[in-house]
Ligand binder design. Structure first.
Ligand SMILES: O=C(O)CCC(=O)C(=O)O
Length: 311
């Protein structure tokens, strides 16, 4: 097997408010921000505290027999459980009550309260019992904030590699998490299906099926409780909870508001001009398919050379 190319994510300690937007944000690469003020949640958000404060309101979760969740084979199920049950079960390794097996794992990605899951997640309105403990990093302009998403995971849960279209601060509150990120420049090696990579096992990739994956550079870090990871929009990320894990991530609009799709509760729909452009490529390919193979290849090359000229 070829050597993995690994680059550590840089760590910035005690950054000042201006430093983020002057120094770190313009680099457009991930960074760990350590010792920021994230409120009293750090140390306080234990399984017990969370269960007692939030209680038994029903929440939608992913349940899987194995930690490595696979969006292609859908090796997980969507279920609803009371919040305190989710916390209990995701903080224990073996369960008395379960859906699939007594060692199943759980992942909660908080949604809004509407039944169709179309509402944007917001910690203040959906978890008022917790929001006073959490401080959104002070340098974010409140009017640009799109969502604040509570995430709870069992030890071992690995969320598939995907990108989002907004800048993101992932605040790790309880438990350690491994983050592996890939630059947008590595897109050709990631075998995308929509916003997700088809390479599920990033540590032991199937290079027969995904030979180009050998070319990626992994930007990696282990997040400790209290760490904040800046994930720039379009950076691919793959997250593994190394312990029972609680995090909140804050997406904010780094582009002008009108380019974002208004019907996007997750912050992962391509910006409107980009999705239009992708649709047009599909349509161009459909048009070309009316021609003989020889002509199709010729005009595809012309399209590619036009695109490459604009890089
Ligand atoms: O930490 C996690 O559970 C996933 C984080 C993530 O995908 C995100 O913040 O966009």
């Amino acid at each position: 097997m070829t050597e993995r190319k690994v680059s550590p994510v840089p760590v910035y300690n005690n950054i000042l408010m201006e430093q983020f937007f002057d120094e770190i944000h313009p680099k457009r690469s991930p960074a760990i921000l350590r010792r920021l003020d994230i409120g009293s949640c750090q140390g306080k958000w234990t399984a017990e505290y969370l269960s007692q404060n939030v209680g038994n309101k029903p929440v939608k979760i992913h349940v899987s027999e194995t930690g490595q969740m696979n969006f292609l084979t859908k090796n997980f199920h969507y279920k609803t459980l009371p919040f305190d049950q989710v916390i209990k079960r995701s903080s224990e390794n073996e369960h008395e009550n379960f859906f699939l097996t007594n060692r199943e794992v759980y992942y909660l990605r908080a949604l809004g309260t509407d039944s169709r899951g179309r509402e944007v997640a917001n910690l203040d309105s959906h978890y008022p019992e917790l929001c006073q403990d959490f401080q959104v990093p002070k340098f974010l302009e409140p009017s640009t904030i799109f969502s604040s998403v509570l995430r709870v995971a069992s030890e071992g849960v690995q969320l598939w590699t995907h990108y989002d279209v907004m800048d993101n601060l992932l605040v790790q509150i309880t438990g350690k998490k491994r983050a592996v990120l890939y630059s947008p420049e590595d897109l050709p090696y990631l075998y995308l299906e929509g916003d997700k990579s088809r390479v599920i096992d990033i540590d032991f990739p199937d290079l027969e099926h995904f030979p180009e994956f050998a070319k990626v550079t992994s930007h990696e870090c282990i997040m400790e409780p209290g760490d904040v990871l800046f994930i720039p929009a379009l950076w691919f990320h793959n997250m593994t909870s190394l312990e029972f894990s609680v995090a909140v991530n804050v997406f904010w609009r780094n582009l002008s508001p009108e380019v974002y799709d208004k019907k996007d509760p997750y912050g992962n729909k391509d910006p409107l001009p980009a999705s239009k452009a992708l649709e047009m490529v599909e349509s161009a390919l459909k048009h070309l398919s009316m021609l003989p193979e020889e002509y199709q290849r010729f005009y595809k090359r012309r399209m590619v050379s036009k695109v490459l000229k604009n890089f």
